[in-house]
Write a new protein. Structure first.
Length: 334
């Protein structure tokens, strides 16, 4: 049975608080997610003093501070990482984090993380891609803002740098928070699979859960979705995130999709097998038939139950002779 890997993206929705980060872990565990993912970075390594904010960040956090100042408040240091990794281990959920700079890649590698996550913004960062490939034997790469040629180029860097193609999962993504429905273009996920021959998934920044569910039904092997403890909290990503009860609903729905997809064999299911004899029909006597009478359309009809000769055998039965008497509605036998 298909099992869609669900990554509950805590991101920076802890607002720099280790206590909040642990509460996010708890919510991901309660929802049944496979991973809870954070973000690992040093603000000074990823944003210059002059870097502006994205429009959605200005809308959610204002314009009085720079991107650098905003990011400084959202960092998790090495000690916090160690505590969160241990907490995830205790709670039975896998820890994951996106590294946004080279030093952060090294930190996660040193902490024993073996699955790396490449964010959309680094897909054109050649030194970064090479270091990710050297650090992690398995990689997930988001592709927001990307052309197919850029995705192909990045994937080839990873492969040439030593990552097996079967260990790369590429996520279709749109980086607008929240993503307008008309910009989702979910079928592009299938194009990535066709063009690159890799496992595919979807990193969802839409409001609601329906697009993630649709992606799972289309064949996504990984679903990544932002969540928060409370959408009304201060911070850049809360407004476009699910609250814990919504995350739970999404996970339940995707698990049901996984079950419903089944295999490619069309055959009666276990649950409906008992209905075959009840719902299907058999050839029966339309009226009383005497022994020796020839079966014909005038004395035969088709009715439930389906315990006798199938109506698909109609032509074979017509013209044969009754071996005994039959009462009206009695199932015909030869």
């Amino acid at each position: 049975m298909k099992h869609t890997i669900i990554i509950a993206e805590a991101g920076v929705n802890h607002n720099g608080s280790l206590e909040n980060a642990k509460k996010l872990v708890d919510a991901a565990v309660n929802a049944g997610a496979d991973y809870v993912k954070f973000q690992t970075f040093k603000a000074e390594k990823i944003a210059s003093r002059s870097a502006g904010k994205a429009a959605y960040q200005e809308k959610t956090t204002g314009t009085s501070e720079s991107q650098l100042e905003m990011l400084r408040k959202l960092e998790l240091n090495e000690a916090a990482h160690l505590e969160l990794i241990d907490y995830c281990r205790q709670k039975g959920i896998q820890f994951l984090s996106t590294a946004f700079d080279l030093d952060s890649i090294a930190l996660l590698q040193d902490l024993g993380i073996t699955l790396g996550k490449i964010p959309s913004g680094e897909i054109t960062n050649l030194p970064y891609l090479r270091k990710m490939a050297a650090a992690f034997p398995r990689l997930i790469m988001s592709t927001g803002m990307s052309y197919m040629a850029e995705i192909k180029a990045a994937a080839e860097v990873l492969v040439k740098s030593g990552v097996a193609r079967e260990h790369i999962t590429i996520l279709h993504c749109n980086t607008e928070y929240p993503t307008p429905m008309e910009d989702v273009n979910l079928q592009a996920m299938l194009t990535i699979q066709k063009e690159l021959g890799v496992a595919i998934g979807y990193s969802d920044h839409t409001q609601g859960i329906e697009v993630s569910i649709a992606a799972a039904a289309l064949g996504a092997t990984v679903i990544e979705k932002h969540f928060t403890l409370d959408r009304n909290m201060e911070g850049p990503d809360h407004k476009a995130s699910l609250e814990p009860d919504e995350l739970l609903s999404m996970v339940k729905a995707i698990r049901n999709i996984d079950k419903a997809l089944g295999n490619e064999i069309k055959e009666p299911s276990t649950s409906e097998s008992n209905n075959i004899k009840i719902v299907r029909k058999s050839i029966v006597a339309k009226r009383s038939i005497a022994k020796g009478e020839v079966f014909a359309e005038e004395n035969l009809t088709v009715k439930r139950p389906g315990t006798g000769i199938s109506p698909m055998e109609w032509d074979r039965v017509i013209g044969q002779t009754a071996a005994r008497d039959f009462q009206e509605d009695e199932i015909i036998s030869l």
